[in-house]
Write a protein that binds this ligand. Structure first.
Ligand code: ZN
Length: 244
């Protein structure tokens, strides 16, 4: 453990090197962060987060920001990894110009990113996402991730079959609920369905790379608007440059 206490509170006179002058306004950012030891600041990359699945996922970690786990590109075994260092530095504003420095071990950070709160509902491993100390990942790790993903894909296709024959209570069908997510699952499994044929052309979304149906106006998963050729909404990933 490096020589930094897990939490630290500064006295105002330490934090307040410069100050807010009511006549001159703010002279300098009054916050003074805990000096971080070099071994923490420059800690090496220790973990890699990979994706063997065809779905992009955004991990929202509040103050630590959002990170996008890319979909595994067609023909590749796994995605380009997200790198997580041995130490992750976070800060918490305690009010009254008291700032807490929080060190998170990389191993805790990746676990929380991939399996938040140990909740099976939000566990990203079912989508083929996993973390490893290895770069490249071992074949056993890749096989394990694919096994979890296959279970999910089988469930999705099974539910697609259900939607294909189900009625909605008003005498209509539920086939409209069979979205690109279902077709991507069938494609990944290499199975034909009445609602999906291998010859159906799915196109990669310019926003996230996921396969989507042709002729849709918006990809709801990432917010890409095909009719506007750009992202829409504040939850969308950062938009690439587009010429209009
Ligand atoms: Zn998209």
């Amino acid at each position: 453990m490096p020589d930094v206490k897990n939490t630290k509170t500064f006295a105002p006179e330490v934090v307040f090197k410069d100050y807010m002058d009511v006549t001159k306004g703010r002279t300098k950012n009054p916050w003074n962060y805990d000096p971080i030891p070099e071994e923490v600041k420059n800690s090496p990359v220790e973990f890699y987060i990979y994706n063997v699945g065809p779905y992009m996922k955004v991990i929202n970690s509040g103050g630590l920001g959002k990170q996008k786990v890319q979909a595994c590109p067609d023909g590749e075994k796994y995605s380009k990894p997200i790198e997580i260092h041995k130490w992750v530095i976070d800060h918490a504003d305690m009010g009254e110009y008291n700032m807490k420095t929080i060190l998170i071990e990389g191993k805790d950070r990746v676990r929380e990113m991939v399996s938040p709160n140990n909740d099976p509902e939000t566990d990203l491993r079912k989508w083929g996402i996993f973390y490893s100390k290895n770069n490249p990942p071992s074949q056993a790790e890749i096989d394990d991730a694919n096994r979890r993903l296959r279970d999910t894909m089988n469930q999705i296709v099974k539910y697609g079959d259900f939607l294909y024959t189900a009625t909605n209570g008003q005498g209509g069908t539920r086939r409209g609920e069979i979205t690109a997510v279902y077709m991507t699952a069938a494609k990944w499994l290499g199975v034909e369905r009445p609602w999906y044929s291998v010859s159906e052309k799915l196109n990669p979304c310019p926003g996230c790379g996921d396969n989507v149906k042709p002729n849709i106006r918006k990809h709801t998963a990432c917010g890409w608007r095909f009719d506007l050729n750009r992202f829409e909404g504040d939850t969308a990933p950062s938009a690439p440059q587009s010429k209009e």
